[in-house]
Design a protein around this ligand. Sequence first.
Ligand code: SF4
Length: 379
Amino acid sequence: MDTLLETVKQEKRIRPEGHPIYRFDPATDLIMDRRTPLPGHANGMAFEAYDADERLLLRRIFYSIGGGFVVTEEELESAKTRTAPKAENPVPFPFKNAAQMLAMAEQSGLSIAEMKRRNEEMFMSRDDLNTGLDRIWSAMRSCIDRGLEQEGIMPGGLKVKRRARYLHDRLQEEWRQNRMNPLLANDWLSVYAMAVNEENAAGGRVVTAPTNGAAGVVPAVLRYYLHFHEDADADGIRDFLLTSAAVGGVIKHNASISGAEVGCQGEVGSASAMAAAGLAAVMGGSAAQIENAAEIALEHHLGMTCDPVAGLVQVPCIERNALGAVKAVTAASLAIKGDGTHFVPLDACIETMRQTGRDMNERYKETSLGGLAVNVVEC
Ligand code: SF4
């Protein structure tokens, strides 16, 4: 991407596929309108191309609807009216909410990860599923590693500095010098999450888990698991991901994982719940303890708005992922120390998130028209 953008900047020409070469100077020909909202979804973008006489040549609208999905205006409309087709291969554990998930776990005697695995194996072989899970973790790990190597300013104009590498170097130095750090686990969690979100902010490759803005939480907690848990192994990573996916699915289908729909509680809150559930699973938690872990993590993100400064997924998003990861580990730890019984069921917490998101003013849903976005001066 960087090379492509630099070439256009230098040559002042673009070569769209199937078109002749066009004269195009991004410095003068790219005009942004950050204020006009679109009707279909809060997170939309209209592209309009004009010729030298300012005649409109082409107009296309795209919506980023969360979970990594980008759809055209037409696709968004048809998705709103489409009814879900009946599944040809009904899965053995079709839990639609957390209560059903717990009841099926109890009845079958299987873990949440194993139920999710059996559902997925209706569509692919065990080997393919394992390969897919390993590929997801490999992409997450590579993203952390790349983020820990990069330095400099992130693109977009806010001039926000990358910090993950610097913090990582300091942690390693402390480690080498055998210095006591009472916040060791928190610091590593933060550095891993920030590495991923700095990559996201710079247009790097991330795993949507459950969204790009919240992509740092699950990898950070997984890496923490490998770093700090002696018995961590490849099977543990797969169980972690399957459990996270089960919880993420329940949240997505009963509320939302989109900041544009319910605010950041749906993004970082959901990511934190997914990571808490995954960690509780690999720490040997029962289904009830896993559900408890997810609930604690989500509950303490309720009401969190989405207000990225200048519309860039940098401030507060990068640090917010670090905090989401720390909360996930705390939630898993609290749940594991209990017996699984708790006051607020996960389903009630998810429904609360949905209602809070519905009542939330549009200014706090990824529009950058409220919150931090209007109280911090853009440099
Ligand atoms: S503040 Fe908004 S853009 Fe940033 S991580 Fe949260 S939901 Fe995503």
